[in-house]
Ligand binder design. Sequence first.
Ligand code: SAH
Length: 484
Amino acid sequence: MIPGILRAIVVRAWLFPMKLFPIFADLKGRRVLVVGGGSVAARKVLALQEAGAAVRVGAPGLEPALARQAAEGGIDHVAGHFEPAWLDDVWLVVAATDDREVNAAVEAAANARRIFCNVVDVAELSSFQVPAIVDRSPLVLAISSSGVAPVLARRLRERLESLLDHTLGPLAELAARHRPRIRAALPDLGRRRRFYDWLLDGPVAGWLRQQQPAQAEAELTGMLDRGWPQEAGSVVLVGAGPGDPGLLTLKALRALNEADVILYDRLTSADVLALARRDADRVSVGKLPGENHDATQARIHALMVEHARAGRRVVRLKGGDAFIFGRGGEELEHLREHGVRYEVVPGVTAALACAAYAGIPLTHRDHAQSVRFVTAHCRQDEDTLDWDGLARGSQTLAFYMGVGQLEYLSERLITHGRAAETPFALVENGSRPEQRVVTGTLADLAARARAHGIHAPALLIVGEVAALGPKLHWFGQSLEAHGE
Ligand code: SAH
């Protein structure tokens, strides 16, 4: 979901860990000094003037547009070479000369007076930086690469420009004008959000796109007069996939963007959660090993019903797919019993994701005619698995929750007739940046997992297809039997 360009910026930010505090400054009527009289300075002057700043330009000479402004009184021109006294009554300073020494002198003088200073395109000398912006005033998007990749920030800006409708500005302005009334009519935050969603996606925006602002306003006030309809809350059971946010479905993404409350499991990745609407309440309901799982499950049931009854849109976010070893069925039964409306969004289950990201075609026609998803999460004294069936050839087995039982699993399979040379692949943290894949044969399964310190979550694939992993692998680390 994260565009490549954004990813690149994030990587740069990791390499140069510098965290800036974003602010939008009100410069109306405030004095700002621009040092330099060339074309770069002229661009900065224009941007500052758009924000209403009273601009002073200090430079020996001015390029034509600036000279005209000086003559007409648009700017206050101080002719000459930089002197710290120019900073006397200013709030901000921009150094836009092509002389490093002058820029450095401006920076030093500004720092001494605690005035924020931007040296154009020199991050090291700047105590504030000017972001690339997408202007839909009153809505303004500012993009910063912390000064380390301005070209990327500008490219991202271009993309956002093309994505964001030009009616956003008028729409924000309209909403701002009616804000007190909207707040009064819809004191509940969740309902108010829905109203704003309607504003953005519904007929009001449509009228604005057709250049009919009066109709747009009538639509908005009409809705407030009629009263925003009462809504029932609901639950969307969403499969979050195995970790890579790119594996979310579009429906899952939409549900995350519309959620008021997100009840998430331990296995859902931080990258996926980061895509959810920012102001949604995020509640961790993960089950910890050793905890009373039934009590936790009961709490999840209660929370879903409670939030939905309060009219909220609940997303119940689960790792992989909710119906594959995810207790999703029980949750729906509970919702049905309590009359709560629900939807289900399937997710990419660990077996499919791990196989794909380890280069293992689960049913390669030369090796397997079927694939079975098996839970290994059973106490050995309560083991009711059909081992004779599982040990049969020409099929692939995908074991979930098996890391603690590898010795037992391989022993059972071999005892029931599966060859000791049957290949396996153990995929730890499938699809995540830290993914590791250990391969080998059933006979040495537990030993190899131990040697590499494999931990949950890991998925075990058993069958001839597992041998294709080392050949077809394309993602992350592969710890081959003979390759390390
Ligand atoms: N509903 C989930 C499975 C929950 S059971 C799904 O459809 O994937 C939890 C087990 O899933 C873990 O013990 C592990 O075997 C497997 N699993 C989940 N995410 C995984 C991942 N990223 N990599 C490897 N195995 C994973």
